[in-house]
Ligand binder design. Structure first.
Ligand SMILES: [Cu+2]
Length: 142
C-alpha cells in the first residue's frame, strides 16, 4: 500500500520533491505586534535536475513572498524575487541580509517553540511542505 501511494505522489513530471533537502527552517521570534516576520532555511537540490522555486505560501499568514535584501548607499532595501534556480548539487541559503521568506500579517501571535507551516512552490508543479520553528535568534553584526 505504501508503494502505491509513493508511486502516485511521484508521477513523472509532477510533484516529487524527494530530491530537495530543507535544513534549519526557522522563523526568528519577533516582538509582539510586529506584523512582518521572516523565515530562513537552506534548500539543497540533491537530485539531478534543475529546480525552480517560484513562490511560497503559508496558512499562518495573510501573505508570503520571497524577498531579497540588498544594500544600496548604506540603506537596506528589499525586493521581490520571482524565480530562484537551484542547480543539482547546489544549496540556496535564506538568511539575514539576503534571501528570505517574507511573512506578512500573522493570523495568530507566535511564541518561541511554535511552528509555522510553509509551502514552497516549484515551476514543475511540485509543492514542498516545510515546518519552520519559531526561535529566538540573534543577528550577527547588528
Ligand atoms: Cu522582506
Amino acid at each position: 500500500m505504501k508503494r502505491v501511494l509513493l508511486a502516485l505522489i511521484c508521477l513523472p513530471g509532477l510533484a516529487c520533491a524527494a530530491d530537495l533537502t530543507i535544513e534549519a527552517p526557522v522563523v526568528p521570534l519577533a516582538p509582539p505586534g510586529v506584523m512582518a516576520h521572516a523565515a530562513f532555511m537552506q534548500i539543497s537540490n540533491t537530485g539531478d535536475s534543475l529546480r525552480q522555486l517560484v513562490g511560497v505560501s503559508s496558512p499562518d499568514y495573510a501573505m508570503a513572498h520571497i524577498h531579497q535584501t540588498a544594500e544600496q548607499d548604506g540603506i537596506a532595501t528589499m525586493s521581490s524575487v520571482d524565480l530562484i534556480e537551484i542547480a543539482p548539487g547546489q544549496t540556496v541559503t535564506f538568511a539575514y541580509g539576503g534571501l528570505h521568506i517574507m511573512l506578512m500579517h500573522p493570523k495568530a501571535a507566535l511564541a518561541e517553540g511554535d511552528t509555522v507551516a510553509l509551502s514552497l512552490q516549484f515551476a514543475n508543479g511540485a509543492v514542498q511542505p516545510v515546518i519552520a520553528k519559531v526561535m529566538r535568534l540573534h543577528r550577527h553584526g547588528s
